[in-house]
Design a protein. Structure first.
Length: 393
């Protein structure tokens, strides 16, 4: 197969280890510095990559996202084994975007230089808040000062594409303290910002103590979101997705794949894939994952879900994901993809939200306004025929 005939693919590599567990986090990750376990896990990842290498021969990987968890809690040697295995087993495009999630206080200048040399092109750094009191309420182990140092080290190491994660709606936060976090984070000069509202997820310490958490009320949260969008626009960031803002030319290619229905392959425990018409996800269990990869004939035991996606579900997903984007969903693209009419599928119901300023329609595209984005889940669940609440994307 010639290069021009290859299909684009995103790779996600999950590293489930963290320095400690944050009080709000329901990602599959746990506090561990157990080097033996980490070694086995990385070996299992290498084996899984070798397994997939031949299946992916017709694909050109143009985005890689190494996330977690906190990949940078791995000893550098192990982290580099993961990166090397990606390069060795897959065909990467010349302009491949390779993102690595890194938390402050888990990286230093020397380590960052090596990661840059190993081909990592983009860093995603978790800040969440620039106030130490709020950080400690979240269970984060770093301070603002440590973040500043890590960011500066990343620049010195040569990274010219850095994302900062921030949160609103967190304990002790006020409108003023959130705007201060936004302000100081944007003054560092990142190329990209992801700003998510806190969600209280079942199974987390925050869920247990939610009634006593000093959280901002709903009106304050709404105001934080609206001001965030306005402020970041004034600082030259384009909002291209509900929670994501980028300087021109710095949108995250990998995440855009999720929102635009592209193919991606997830590697590691708990990793999700949408590959060759099938959706599959690995169990949230490191031991099962390691055994599945290391023991002959156990490979299929790692899956929690593996199924072909019916066309009606694909249609709803396509709309739901495209509507996360500022550009929204296109009637022409929907028809080209599904041979169906978007207006009769859900467009007429979306139009009901135009008079109150939640949705726009330009003759081809339906898109949310900023205030529509804030309540997008509610609008989509009423506009889509598929049970949106049940969708796990
Ligand atoms: S560092 Fe990230 S993945 Fe780890 S516990 Fe905190 S929020 Fe979750």
């Amino acid at each position: 197969m010639k290069r021009s005939e290859t299909k684009p693919l995103g790779l996600y590599v999950h590293i489930p280890f963290c320095a400690s567990k944050c009080a709000y986090c329901d990602f599959y990750s746990f506090a561990s510095r157990d080097e033996d376990l980490q070694k086995h896990y990385v070996s299992a990842l290498q084996l899984q990559m070798e397994d997939w290498a031949s299946v992916c021969r017709g694909y050109a990987v143009d985005s890689v996202f190494i996330g977690g968890g906190t990949p940078t809690v791995l000893p550098p040697k192990l982290l580099h084994r993961v990166i090397d295995a990606v390069w060795r087993n897959f065909s990467l495009t010349d302009d491949v975007e390779i993102t690595l999630e890194a938390n402050p206080a888990t990286v230093d200048l020397r380590g960052l230089r090596k990661l840059h040399r190993a081909g990592v092109t983009r860093l995603s750094m978790g800040l969440q808040s620039a106030h130490d009191r709020e950080l400690s309420a979240l269970g984060r182990t770093h301070t603002w000062a440590e973040f500043e140092q890590s960011f500066s080290d990343a620049r010195d190491a040569g990274f010219d594409n850095i994302n900062i994660d921030l949160m609103y709606g967190i304990p002790h936060q006020t409108e003023a303290s959130f705007l201060k976090s936004l302000n100081v984070a944007s003054l560092l000069g990142p190329e990209h910002l992801s700003v998510y509202g806190l969600k209280i997820e079942e199974g987390t310490p925050f869920h247990v103590s939610q009634d006593t958490l000093p959280l901002p009320d709903e009106d304050t949260e709404y105001s934080m979101y609206m001001q965030c969008v306005e402020y970041l626009a004034s600082r030259g960031f384009e909002q291209y997705e509900i929670s994501n803002f980028a300087r021109p030319g710095f949108r995250c290619r990998h995440n855009l794949k999720y929102w635009s229905g592209g193919e991606y392959l997830g590697l590691g425990a708990a990793a999700h894939s949408d590959f060759d018409g099938e959706r599959f996800a690995a169990l949230r269990d490191v031991a099962v994952y390691i055994d599945g990869m290391e023991l002959v004939g156990q490979g299929d035991t790692i899956w929690s879900e593996r199924r072909a996606i019916p066309e009606d579900e694909r249609m709803s997903e396509f709309v739901m994901l495209a509507m996360r984007l500022r550009d929204g969903v296109s009637r022409a693209e929907f028809t080209a993809r599904f041979d169906a009419d978007l207006d009769s599928y859900c467009g007429e119901r979306l139009k009901a939200y135009i008079p109150d300023g939640f949705v726009t329609f330009d003759g081809d595209r339906y898109a949310f306004t900023t205030k529509g984005m804030y309540v997008s889940n509610y609008i989509l669940s009423s506009a889509l025929p598929f049970d949106y609440a049940e969708a796990e994307i």
